[in-house]
Design a binder for this molecule. Structure first.
Ligand code: HPA
Length: 279
């Protein structure tokens, strides 16, 4: 449980720390998942702030998740790239996990683009498939919105359109125009850090999930409470447990993420240039 006044003070202090480096107003915030951080290097006129220097920013401890905030121009738009996602399994509370989203909102971001690495459940997916997230299942049964909320966050946010339909349609059209193959699907959030069991994957499959991962959903919930439209893209880095006939390995997740990141980067750059809120 957290104190809403303290919560607001923490964000204020973090905003002040960022503002000591740059007054750039990001119109979009991008959260980059495992192995997908390279896009941050393309930001022009970048101000790079280690998250360790941002007061109250939770510590990121996972390989592939450098703790940096990058503010600058990407594809002609002012952006905040969050390279330093934090996860529930690192020992953070759900509220702490979404600190970066609240910070992005307080810095002016009007839309949130989330990327992640995920295990493929849909039998038509293979390692390297890009999946536009249409909806999610919250099977971590956690929420960053439990407890008293600061002013400006909706108590009971509507989730009938958690990944903005219009933005999704535009993103899909861009992929079609540029010949970037993609699929659509439902993402299921699990707390991790262990990968799932084959029985869990069969259960998720029957429940309607297409991909599984350990992030994204808390951030989408936080964005919904703040009224920020969200877009989510999963890179399917492996087939989920029991579907690929060999054990899952984090290094494989990172490797496949690296292999498809150029395709993903091309798509994300075009999405940033041509679509989304705040344009
Ligand atoms: N399960 C959960 N999270 C993941 C996976 C997976 O198979 N692959 C990448 N992130």
């Amino acid at each position: 449980m957290f104190d809403p006044a303290e919560d607001a003070r923490q964000i204020e202090a973090a905003v002040a720390a960022v503002r000591a480096h740059t007054d750039l107003q990001p119109s979009l915030a991008l959260v980059l998942g495992s192995g997908l951080g390279a896009l941050a290097d393309e930001v022009e006129g970048a101000t790079v702030i280690p998250t360790a220097e941002v007061p109250h920013y939770p510590r990121s401890t996972v390989e592939g998740h450098a703790g940096r905030l990058v503010l600058g121009m990407l594809a002609g738009r002012p952006v905040l790239v969050i390279q330093g996602r934090v996860h529930l399994y690192e020992g953070h509370s759900p509220r702490a996990v979404t600190f970066p989203v609240r910070l992005a909102h307080a810095l002016g971001a009007e839309g949130l683009l989330l990327t992640n690495a995920a295990g493929g459940i849909n039998r038509g997916f293979e390692a390297g498939t890009l999946m536009l997230i249409t909806d999610h299942l919250n099977l971590a049964f956690a929420s960053p919105l439990s407890g008293k909320l600061p002013e400006g966050e909706v108590r009971f946010p509507d989730l009938s359109n958690p990944y903005d339909e219009q933005w999704r349609t535009e993103a899909g059209n861009i992929a079609l125009t540029r010949g970037i193959p993609y699929r659509e699907g439902v993402y299921v959030w699990t707390a991790g850090p262990s990968y799932e069991t084959p029985a869990e994957i069969r259960f998720f499959e029957r429940a309607g999930a297409d991909a599984v991962g350990m992030s994204t959903v808390p951030e989408a919930l936080q964005a919904a409470a703040l009224g920020m439209p969200t877009l989510g893209i999963s890179t399917i880095t492996n087939l989920a447990a029991g579907l690929q006939g060999r054990p899952l390995d984090h290094s494989e997740v990172m490797e496949v993420g690296r292999m498809v990141r150029d395709r993903l980067a091309t798509w994300v750059r075009a999405i940033v240039a041509e679509t989304g809120p705040g344009r």
